[in-house]
Design a protein around this ligand. Sequence first.
Ligand code: GLC
Length: 555
Amino acid sequence: MSDWWKKSVVYQVYPRSFCDSNGDGVGDLRGIIGKLDYIKTLGADVIWLNPIYASPNDDNGSDISDYYAIMPAFGTMAELDELLREAPARGLHILMDLVVNHTSDEHPWFKESRKSKDNPYRDFYIWREGKGTLPPNNWWSYFGGSAWQKCDETGEYYLHVFSRKQPDLNWENPAVRQEVYRIMRFWLDKGVDGFRMDVINYISKVPGLPDGPLMPNGLGDFGPGCINGPRIHEFLQEMNREVLSHYDVMTVGEMPGVSPEQACRYASVEGNELNMVFQFQHMELDFDERYSKWTLLPTPLDALRRNLSTWQTALHGKGWNSLYWNNHDQPRIVSRMGDDSTDALRTASAKMLGTLLHMMQGTPYVYEGEELGMTNVPFTSVEQYRDIDALNGYRELTIIHGLPHEEAFARVNGHSRDNARTPMQWDDSPNAGFTAGEPWIMMNPNYTTIHAAAQINDPDSVFSYYRQLIGLRKQYDIITEGDYEQLLENSKHFFAYRRHRNGQTLTVLCGFNRETIADDEVAPYCTGTQLLCNCSESSSGCWQPFETRVYLSQE
Ligand code: GLC
């Protein structure tokens, strides 16, 4: 098998919010087809589509009711086939989302399963008797409340670590695994080039489903009983043997709670499981002790530097990293770790953060709008949220934790997934050129200034800069292959590192300074050919806000 995915850059499309071709306010496949040239211009070569299968949309498509059908709001199978012709015609690969830790409760398997204890599909899901009047164990559900739902038909409970409408599949049952492999073969035979696998390290549960440690919300953490469970490697190796090894594809497993050591196994160079994983540690450094992701804290630079450097070093030669700042589950990085308070700071910090990530070893992912420096959204009321997670988060903060509206709202606003889900900003026409109708979620009002049309031909734009970053990865093998050396490990302002390969050195200097500072810390490293700089007024003696530079030198 070739490893084309090592030199690739992935562009993530959230279909609901990318481009609406028919004016119903929801993005669709035809809209995506119309924007393939845009993605090609950026230089990405793989497109990951968030779930496009039939779904009642309790969790925006991560609750699938038919794995063999396209969600009507997104289009038809004929349009998907067209996409699978048009993308490769431009040298673009297509990755599908594979959500198989759970299905929708409206999936025919579940509808059968709930009917009776002896239904042939009963064992497709995880059913247990309650403990008296209580659920089978104390696990919380990620979207709030208990992870168990009682069904009248049999009086038993089913497990759902996400919403009530997302019952967990029982991977212990070989018939479930065979059905999943059948789904995978169907799409691979159609021509898709791989999968992003939704919470795939949740599929093996600890036998007996023991209670989890108590959390501040009074429920038990399902993590120890669900994440990286006892049979996870066996299941993934079987999937690899039965399906993946027969195709030249790329796979990335979404894996909350994964450590670098575990990642070396999941994404080992032997390649008997997956090609790479999405780790979460760098996205959790700002978490709040009590309110977890609903935090008001900044990400500390030293923790970020330590974490990403550890991943770079630990996986070098042993596994393969995925590199990401954004996706449909995270607030916008420029608002989170950069500065979106002025246009100049937003542009500079977006470019700096892009540099930091794209010069590392691994496969970079660009989430739609990141290449424009799109920001978090100034929501003004809870009614504007669409995401089950934001709505439940607000409810939990106000009702269980008793926070006043202002604080709860501020916490959810900062980290809501809806920040990333407002429509792509194409131009400054009404609704940013996303739709001729009423968008399914509000637009970020800043689309009148932050949009693709203004950036594509502007050499100083975030878009042009991302294009350069992607181009450098294609041009210099040191970026894909070089080893990693952390520099200035105690710096208050800089995230700096070096890559080495065959006598070459790539030096990457990224400033997290909001104001101009003296450059003495980094000056000694400013040698070699300067490949990139995000700053037009770069001058010796000082370092502009969020300035970044990349140097290449030969021994
Ligand atoms: C993953 C998805 C997220 C979804 C959840 C449940 O984390 O990325 O969007 O809500 O799984 O499927």
